[in-house]
Design a protein around this ligand. Structure first.
Ligand SMILES: [Zn+2]
Ligand SMILES: [Zn+2]
Ligand SMILES: [Zn+2]
Ligand SMILES: [Zn+2]
Ligand SMILES: [Zn+2]
Length: 263
């Protein structure tokens, strides 16, 4: 799948775009008919259809080759940071976008205070977590209920309703965990059954193969025995008949494995 054309600083010409996904070529691949597509677009296409998307000729995966020069040229193009709408104005080369994404000051991160659902830019995170986050812990209730007070609700804290809410929250968590446990047990049982079935099927197959091999072995030794008897008789006949006809040298002409063959 190609890169989003709107992220590039300058207009990208059609010669650098993939006809299959319309994006800017990602890891360009050239066909033997000289057409270019992203590797992620053309490989499955060729495997599925066996031809060039332009319809010009039949293709196999062996007819596709990396265009490293073109890849290099595309990786040198400048793109906007993907967190542009969060305020990042940086322009970076496409080949450096991964590194920038990992260290961009505007990358989104969730607040680390429990129960806070806010997502902030990296550069604002610390100030929020340790400063104005309403879920920041500000100590334990001094009136003895033992609950941890949060910045946003410490001023209105009332021990009894707060304890009730805390207990309800804990019960909720227990219920959720029990449901998850049941689901995990169920899928483990299903998996165990599936493995048992596979083991039984393998055992049956092994037994049938062993029987088959035994049958073949019996058949083979039977044939070897019969051949040995036939050979012994035939060698005797050949030897005898040669002696009778020529009266000189014994010679077996019947079976090549006979020690008298060719003599
Ligand atoms: Zn593509
Ligand atoms: Zn083609
Ligand atoms: Zn950025
Ligand atoms: Zn927060
Ligand atoms: Zn309290």
């Amino acid at each position: 799948m190609g890169f989003d054309v709107d992220n590039f600083v300058t207009t990208v010409g059609v010669d650098l775009r993939c006809e299959l996904c319309r994006g800017v070529l990602d890891n360009p691949i050239r066909t033997t008919c000289s057409h270019i597509f992203c590797s992620g677009c053309i490989l499955p296409w060729v495997v599925r259809t066996g031809k060039c998307p332009r319809g010009c000729q039949r293709l196999t995966p062996g007819d596709l080759g990396n265009d490293l020069q073109l890849r290099d040229c595309i990786l040198n193009l400048s793109v906007h940071c993907e967190f542009r709408d969060r305020g990042c104005r940086r322009l970076v080369r496409l080949r450096e976008i991964g590194t920038h994404r990992a260290e961009c000051d505007h990358r989104p991160l969730p607040c680390t205070n429990e129960d806070c659902k806010l997502v902030l830019s990296f550069r604002d995170l610390e100030k929020h977590v340790t400063g104005d986050c309403p879920y920041k812990e500000v100590g334990v209730c001094p009136r003895g209920c033992g609950l941890v007070l949060r910045q946003g609700s410490a001023g209105t804290h009332d021990c009894v309703p707060a304890l009730r809410a805390y207990i309800a929250g804990q019960e909720n968590k227990i219920n959720t965990m029990e449901t998850e446990l049941q689901r995990a047990r169920h899928s483990a049982t299903a998996r165990e059954q599936e493995l048992t079935n596979q083991i039984h099927a393998l055992r049956r197959e092994n037994q049938s193969q062993a029987l088959d091999h035994r049958r073949k072995l019996d058949d083979l030794s039977d044939r070897i025995q019969k051949r040995d008897i036939k050979h012994k008789n035939a060698a005797t006949v050949g030897f005898t008949s040669f002696v009778y006809i020529h009266g000189i040298k014994p010679r077996c002409l019947i079976i090549s494995t006979c020690p008298f063959f060719g003599f």
